[in-house]
Design a protein around this ligand. Structure first.
Ligand code: SAH
Ligand code: SF4
Length: 346
């Protein structure tokens, strides 16, 4: 397969242009064609000399893909399915909410963290997405130009695919990429300390940390992929971050009936996050077939929320969107790769 020019990190593009003996300003020209004019073929880069276009075509191509399928929920949430280079499938959710239009990107096919309540986790990990496959979910949705916010909250644990995620964030935010504001992008993660620290060094976007319980042992049970990690170490990194700018860190907490929704949990959560001036988003659990966990009733969620607020935290309840098309948090799961085309020999 030829190198994909779309989604190629700027540094790699610079190296390529220099290897082909082209002037440095070709990089800016190519990026403008890709991310401002959304061209689908090198031939369309009309301010590049023919010879340069031919040289690029020898070794590169532009691989962008339209969605294979789209579903619309009764609440107007949409779910798009894209094919990957490995002919697997990945899902993207688009959530209109008043003046906002949020796109929920996937970073992996499946996930190896294996959270007990998550349908993506139940798939296990089938593959990492490349920067191009992550970006294509933005590039190729029909509503692209209306999108106001991007969240890395779809399939996968973004920090388990750190380099591709960082490259995609850079192309979304850089001047020669899509030029989106850092504050419009949120990365959601279980927060493994070591890759998190590396991510924070390289990207300055908002962070949503999936906490789900204040108790280390229970967290290891519910989020098996965090077994080797220490909650205190994670909180230390986040406190440092929150000191720099409190608005950039928030927490997520899926409400599981009789598992993590007691007032003791609320009190311990408030203690854990004390002094951080952060926000915690309570997510109603979305049940799915094959999983026997139950959602906390709405009245109990409200009680939990009020208790957190009494203890000094800002707590909100996230509206469930796209339930009927399985586009809601934790329900994204692609069942099987598309059937390969039948090749008839002779
Ligand atoms: N891997 C990252 C991002 C993708 S999951 C993370 O875990 O943060 C995005 C959010 O959906 C997480 O907060 C996750 O806990 C939540 N989630 C997973 N399964 C869910 C379910 N069945 N119902 C509600 N929320 C769920
Ligand atoms: Fe992976 Fe996030 Fe699902 Fe956990 S909740 S299995 S980390 S996608």
């Amino acid at each position: 397969m030829k190198t994909n020019l779309f989604g190629l990190p700027q540094q790699s593009l610079e190296a390529l242009v220099s290897r082909l003996d082209m002037p440095r300003y070709r990089v800016d020209q190519i990026m403008r064609w890709l991310y401002r004019h959304h061209v689908t073929a090198i031939e369309q880069m009309t301010n590049l000399p023919q010879a340069d276009r031919r040289a690029l075509e020898q070794i590169t191509e532009i691989r962008v893909r339209p969605p294979q399928q789209s579903l619309t929920s009764s609440d107007k949430t949409r779910k798009y399915t894209f094919e990957t280079d490995a002919t697997d499938l990945v899902e993207t959710a688009l959530i209109p909410e008043g003046k906002r239009m949020t796109l929920c990107l996937s970073s992996q096919v499946g996930c190896r963290v294996g959270c007990r309540f998550c349908a993506t986790g139940a798939m296990r990990l089938r593959g990492n997405l490349s920067p191009a496959e992550i970006l294509n979910q933005y590039r190729s949705v029909p509503e692209r130009d209306q999108i106001t916010n991007i969240v890395y909250m779809g399939m996968g644990e973004p920090l388990d695919n750190l380099n591709a995620v960082v490259d995609s964030v850079e192309l979304l935010t850089s001047e020669h990429g899509y030029g989106l504001g850092n504050r419009r992008i949120t990365l959601s993660t279980v927060g493994k300390p070591e890759p998190l620290a590396r991510f924070l060094e390289r990207c300055d976007v908002r962070l949503a940390v999936s906490l789900h319980t204040p108790f280390q042992e229970q967290r290891r049970e519910l989020l098996p992929g965090t077994r080797g990690y220490d909650l205190d170490q994670l909180l230390r990194i986040l406190r440092d971050r929150a000191r720099q700018d409190a608005r950039r860190v928030s927490f997520e907490y899926v409400m599981l009936k009789d598992v993590n929704d007691s007032l003791e949990h609320a009190d311990a959560t408030a203690r854990l996050l004390a002094g951080m001036q952060t926000r915690i988003n309570l997510i109603p659990f979305h049940p799915w077939q094959g999983n026997d966990m139950l959602p906390t009733p709405a009245a109990r969620i409200e009680e939990f929320r009020a208790r957190l607020e009494q203890r000094g935290l800002i707590a909100t309840v996230r509206a469930s969107r796209g339930m009927d098309i399985e586009a809601a948090c934790g329900l994204l799961a692609t069942k099987r790769p598309p059937i390969a085309p039948v090749v008839v020999h002779g």
